[in-house]
Design a protein around this ligand. Sequence first.
Ligand code: S3P
Length: 173
Amino acid sequence: AVKNLKNKNIVFIGFMGVGKGTIARALIQRTKQMGLDTDDLIESMENRKIKDIFASDGEAYFRRLEKQTAKWLEKSVKNAIISTGGGFFKVDNLEKIGTIIYLRSSFDGILKRLKAHENGDLKLAKRPLLQDEEKARALFKERSCLYEKKADVIVDVEDRSIEEIIHAIMKRL
Ligand code: S3P
């Protein structure tokens, strides 16, 4: 079991496709804690898919939904393992939600992972901001050091198995 959680949530941040959902699910299985995903929360709140929210109402609207979700998490959720969308880390109360774990990889590592795990498909339909590889690479560059600044714990995930990553996380909680 995870020790010293002090009722705190665990919040995974990191770029699209780095494996936040996969690692969160593995940790949930291990610790039997409650799991939540901010993209899923937003989709159920809006009763439509992220890509439809972006297409009909634009990114700024989506970012407002993320802020609303962040406030709710801070106020109402304890002892949960929370995976987030790649841009969620910008909400202003992030550190009040829980212990922030940044899953870090290079951009090429992420592309490699997506190509291997998702039959080369990158789940582009699901990820409006990953449609254009060069734009996504620029966004990655822009965000990399911001993720690091927000993190309580940085875990390198590139070329590591889920088991190794979970082990590294448990050691540092
Ligand atoms: C986004 C990442 C997506 C989703 C939305 C915006 C981003 O989540 O929240 O498309 O700004 O990086 P994933 O990181 O789960 O793909």
